[in-house]
Design a protein around this ligand. Structure first.
Ligand SMILES: [Zn+2]
Length: 465
């Protein structure tokens, strides 16, 4: 391998890979805004402003750690794109080598650190020594620090875990008490400081990438990247998503397992809704099979088969007590934690439809309450805060919330599910609450226009005496 033989490269391989995979690609500007300590978990390429290119570089480096590719492979993969973005092909080679050496060194150093801080190892080898390779390329910093021997929990290590600068080849060596004593424990370690962003203990790094600080949908894109480049992650290793505080239900080994766990949770939470069948349509063939089955059922039940028409852009559809999750939702259920939560929320939305008793529900209320129900369940199951961008019917959801305020009960619609005639029940409830009969009639009247319904609900609320 072309990085030279430093002691630091004895680190445990899986830990180096895990550390590499946990890094977050970001642009130069975002990186500059980070505190030095946080930089250890972030990853950027100096002079590159496109996030996808940064992300691709990180992928190539991660592959290098995971698969043992060489610098030459990395250079072949990235040279053209990066030198074009830098606008400088002359120095591109040496810049690439710096990126390569520094990042592989950081990854292996993190792996090495994890190994040395194992409680059993710390017990028998409680001292660490700063171990530089001494030759004509050794930096003044590393030459000075070489041979520093201190207890592993000495605060000096908080800022002196190698590598301490770009292309640093120094490593940590662990020592027994006897070895430390015979080498001589350092009285006053040097106060020379490492380069900015280097030297921190990997586990001192409190910083977590904050999804809310990522513009727009960038975080979702980033998550998919994470998944794509870590296809071998087991469910237990999936990176945590701060928007999903409780994710135990979501860590199944397959989309089927995740859907099954969420279904079981729903059946427990809303027992009256049980008996619902959930089908995962992972591809177009599966969708077509469901469609044909539903069309048959339509004919035998005297329903126009067009009612069973599945819209390919929908995330799910429910008919005859069967929920079908479309390919894009199935894919979400096997993705990163945030995507799994979104897939589960889709199932929750459909669960509401599947469990209705009313044979003639009316459109705006049915879809608005389904979104309200899904948000409520996702909050209960995952601690997930409501996300407007995951709602299929934002106007209808808002109208349902307004009706809840009007009736003084935000869970009013849960009761509606036990009513055989929702329209009649809602009319009585709203008139009892003191709203104008004509305005209530408007709210219960037919419309497929979501904003019209929201306007009618607002108008009705204004009529209260
Ligand atoms: Zn729906």
């Amino acid at each position: 391998v072309s990085w030279g033989g430093s002691a630091a490269f004895n680190g445990r391989f899986e830990e180096a890979v895990a550390w590499m995979r946990a890094r977050v690609p970001m642009t130069d500007d975002e990186y500059a805004a980070l505190q030095a300590r946080a930089r250890r978990k972030a990853f950027t390429v100096a002079g590159i402003a496109q996030l996808d290119l940064v992300s691709e570089t990180l992928d190539a480096l991660t592959a290098a750690v995971a698969d043992g590719t060489t610098f030459e492979d990395f250079k072949t993969a990235m040279f053209e794109k990066l030198s074009a973005a830098w606008g400088d092909s002359k120095r591109a080679g040496s810049r690439l080598e710096t990126i390569w050496r520094t990042n592989l060194q950081l990854a292996y150093s993190a792996g090495r650190y994890a190994q040395l801080t194992d409680p059993d190892v710390l017990d028998s080898r409680p001292y660490w020594m700063y171990d530089a390779i001494l030759d004509n390329r050794t930096s003044g910093l590393c030459r000075t620090l070489n041979g520093t021997v201190l207890e592993a929990d000495n605060a000096w290590w908080n800022s002196h875990i190698p590598p301490l600068h770009h292309r640093c080849r120094s490593g940590l060596r662990s020592l027994t008490r006897d070895e430390a004593r015979s080498r001589g424990i350092t009285d006053e370690p040097s106060d020379l400081e490492p380069s900015n962003g280097f030297g921190y203990r990997p586990d001192l790094d409190e910083w977590q990438p904050d999804p809310t600080q990522y513009p727009g949908d960038l975080w979702d894109v980033f998550e998919s990247h994470q998944m794509e480049r870590s296809p071998r992650l087991t469910p237990a290793q999936l990176p945590k998503d701060r928007r999903v505080p409780q994710d135990a239900l979501l860590r199944g080994a397959s989309p089927e397992e995740v859907a099954g766990a969420v279904r079981a949770w729903l059946a427990n939470e809303r027992p009256s809704h049980n008996g619902v069948r959930v089908t995962l349509a992972a591809d177009e063939d599966a969708v077509r099979r469901v469609q044909r089955r539903w069309e048959r059922l339509c004919r035998t039940n005297g329903i126009n088969p067009l009612a069973a028409q599945i819209n390919r852009t929908d995330r799910a559809m429910t008919m005859f007590g069967e929920i079908v999750l479309m390919p894009q939702t199935v894919e979400d259920l096997g993705g990163a934690i945030g995507l799994r939560a979104r897939g589960a929320r889709t199932l929750m939305h459909e669960w509401w439809h599947a469990a209705r008793r009313d044979t003639a529900p009316f459109y705006p209320l049915e879809e608005g309450t389904a979104d309200a129900f899904a948000d409520r369940m996702a909050l209960l199951a995952f601690g997930l805060r409501p996300r407007a961008d995951w709602r299929a019917y934002n106007d209808l959801y808002e109208a349902v919330t307004l009706i809840g305020d009007a009736l003084g009960a935000d869970n009013w619609y849960l009761v509606s599910r036990t009513e055989p005639d929702v329209r009649a029940w809602l009319r009585a409830s709203l008139e009892d609450a003191g709203f104008n009969t004509v305005a209530v009639g408007d709210v219960l009247g037919y419309t497929r226009d979501d904003s019209v319904w929201l306007t009618r609900v607002r108008r009705m609320i204004a009529t209260k005496e």
